[in-house]
Design a protein around this ligand. Structure first.
Ligand code: CA
Length: 238
């Protein structure tokens, strides 16, 4: 069946699945089962790795265990959605508690499955999620002549489409949602990176520079403004 994702890469594209599970037995079981079904499978065992991979790779669906050794599945989901990553998420939970399910769905998971489950059931849910038009997604954001479409992850300035990295995209998305507002370094780091890890480095400045090279310089503009020692601001056109 032709979904928007299929069109991207040709006629038949294998479903690309990220499995986030720290119990190695379960992880191997899922990996093997999904590969046998023709899926392309990545496996990670921590929430931070999941966050990194899901923001830097195009995936069709994510199988996300709730209980992880670092940040839990609910927090992973929340961070992905905050970073405008809308890959469908199937949350796995061993706890048959209604509270966890609701929290997971509130955080932006699309479906959940309670352990133990039959592999066939998991597969059916994943196929449905990868195929589904996932209902209300954030709408296109336009500020001045810049347009960002979170669902397709595409950006334009005027009629020119820009090729941004995942981090540049996440930064621009934040700027466009808060035009004219000062966004502090801490806030940008917290929303776009894993705060504790990246705070020490100049990684923010590097990515801001990269963003400017694409969104400003070719157009002779200076929309991304530096407020020295404070943060950055998207300048609104008068
Ligand atoms: Ca677990």
């Amino acid at each position: 069946m032709a979904s928007p994702r299929d069109r991207r890469g040709g006629d038949t594209v294998a479903m690309r699945v990220l499995v986030v599970e720290d119990e190695s037995k379960m992880a191997r079981l899922l990996e093997r089962g999904l590969r046998e079904e023709g899926c392309i499978v990545d496996v990670v065992s921590t929430g931070v790795d999941a966050q990194w991979l899901a923001t830097s790779t195009t995936l069709d669906v994510i199988v996300l265990d709730l209980a992880l050794p670092d940040i839990d599945g609910i927090e992973v989901c929340r961070r992905l959605r905050a970073a405008d990553v809308w890959t469908p998420v199937l949350m796995l939970t061993a706890r048959d508690a209604i509270g966890d399910r609701i929290a997971g769905l509130d955080a932006g998971a699309d479906d959940y499955l309670v352990k133990p489950f039959a592999f066939g059931e998991l597969l059916a849910r994943l196929r449905a999620l990868a195929r589904r038009d996932l209902g209300p997604r954030p709408t296109v954001v336009s500020v001045g002549d810049v347009t960002l479409d979170p669902a397709s992850r595409r950006v334009w300035r005027g009629d020119t489409e820009l090729a941004l990295t995942a981090k540049e995209f996440a930064l621009l998305s934040l700027f466009l949602r808060h035009p004219g507002e000062v966004l502090t370094r801490d806030r940008l780091l917290e929303q776009v990176w894993d705060f504790a890890f990246e705070q020490r480095s100049n990684v923010l400045d590097v990515h801001i520079r990269g963003l400017r090279e694409k969104v400003d310089r070719p157009f002779g503009r200076d929309s991304v403004q530096t407020l020295r020692g404070v943060g950055y601001r998207w300048k609104q056109d008068a």
